[in-house]
Design a protein around this ligand. Sequence first.
Ligand SMILES: Cc1cc2nc3c(=O)[nH]c(=O)nc-3n(C[C@H](O)[C@H](O)[C@H](O)COP(=O)(O)OP(=O)(O)OC[C@H]3O[C@@H](n4cnc5c(N)ncnc54)[C@H](O)[C@@H]3O)c2cc1C
Length: 456
Amino acid sequence: MFRMIHPARIAVLNGQPARAGHYVLYWMQQAQRVSQNHALEYAIEQANLLKLPVVIGFGLMDDYPDANLRHYAFMLQGLKATKHAATQRGICMVIRRGNPPTIAADLAREAAIVVCDRGYLLHQRRWRDQLADALPVRLVQIESDVVVPVEQASQKAEYAARTIRPKIAKLIKGHLVPLEQQTPIRDSLSLNIKDDLDISDIEGALAELKLDRSVPPSRRFVGGTDQAQGLLAEFLKKTLRGYATIRNEPSESICSHLSPYLHFGQISPLEIALAVMNADVPDLDKTAFLEQLIIRRELSCNYVQFTPQYWTYDALPAWARRSLENHAKDRREALYTREQLESAQTTDPYWNAAMREMIHTGYMHNYMRMYWGKCVIGWKRHPREAFDDLLYLNNRYLLDGRDANGYAGVGWCFGLHDRPWTNRPIFGQIRCMNAAGLRRKFDMEAYVKQVDQWSR
Ligand SMILES: Cc1cc2nc3c(=O)[nH]c(=O)nc-3n(C[C@H](O)[C@H](O)[C@H](O)COP(=O)(O)OP(=O)(O)OC[C@H]3O[C@@H](n4cnc5c(N)ncnc54)[C@H](O)[C@@H]3O)c2cc1C
């Protein structure tokens, strides 16, 4: 067990001193959980040293970049459970509406130290910079949403899984250690700091927020750490065995479905990794899963951390863009508008099913995500248009959208983190996929039937 937080997770973000204060503030933004949260445990440790209580502050903005009702409903379900779990540990969690760093700065007025967690997207980085500049008190960032801290693994954008894998492998042992839960010696519930949004009534809170309501909540997934831990337990019991060999079969659901929970920080990747390592299944299955959870996911974090404008087509590797553009004039069998794609009106029943899975459940099977992305390259005049439509749909409908994995995943369809393949019409040297391949390998009719059920 770690009593102390691994030094590679800790970064002091400003040159300000700690000072006398009424509490230690943990500005929660990315790691929206109480369980296995390094930032929270660090805040408790500091508070205990100073004989102060800990307060968690969360800034909830109405117009979070690209978020809609689906994302907010899932997030509030999670926050409600997190607030309850914090209360049980004697920690006051305050939810305030507004720009997150402004809320944090406001709550920090009485804080002795401020602790924050770490998300990798540009706006999250800017918020931390903004807060670091504004605070007259020390701001300490604690990384808790990856297994191996991003800059410790690598200091540059990596080419592919094969280049980051050995770097992570060298460090991982030191990080695969459960985090010990601290007990706050001072309770902060009596400080009586008020929320300005009551999330105990989720429907009421959602109604109060000014939101894009065009995408309804998921019919399949409910947010919250307890939900995530339930899915993890079920995965370990029923489907981890077989992950190495069957996970690509779209009709089988041999996967954890944890990506929405990871996206909102409702479960710790470390907690998942340790549970998988201790599971009673063949090593082959464990290794295959940890490759996705750690290597692939942390390669995505590396991508957004070190790639300027990671959300654009221009950020893709030059060889891939050149090759696709050399084929931009190749004849296409069909061209679809964004509206036709969004209403799942192509002539490909498998693609339409994948799009409907995304629309109705907020999730899509990994193999179908790859196929879904590749097809659109063939249905647009220019790869840039395909990239923009895919990212728009990905971020609009998926619960796990707007994530480092989404930018890298869509990018992968265009050659990112991959290698050149044999030159072909339309795709050039980009790896391509087709419906015949899907039919040959998988029970696609069963997949379509399953999506029909979710769509009813
Ligand atoms: C076009 C495209 C778009 C994608 N968009 C997103 C997105 O918006 N958000 C998102 O989280 N993932 C995205 N992915 C990656 C991947 O498809 C999902 O993470 C995975 O399907 C989530 O399902 P799961 O949790 O059941 O995965 P599992 O198979 O149970 O894997 C466990 C965890 O490992 C990680 N993981 C699995 N596959 C990948 C992968 N290929 N790359 C990186 N990490 C992976 C995820 O964090 C996942 O939750 C995308 C992939 C592609 C090809």
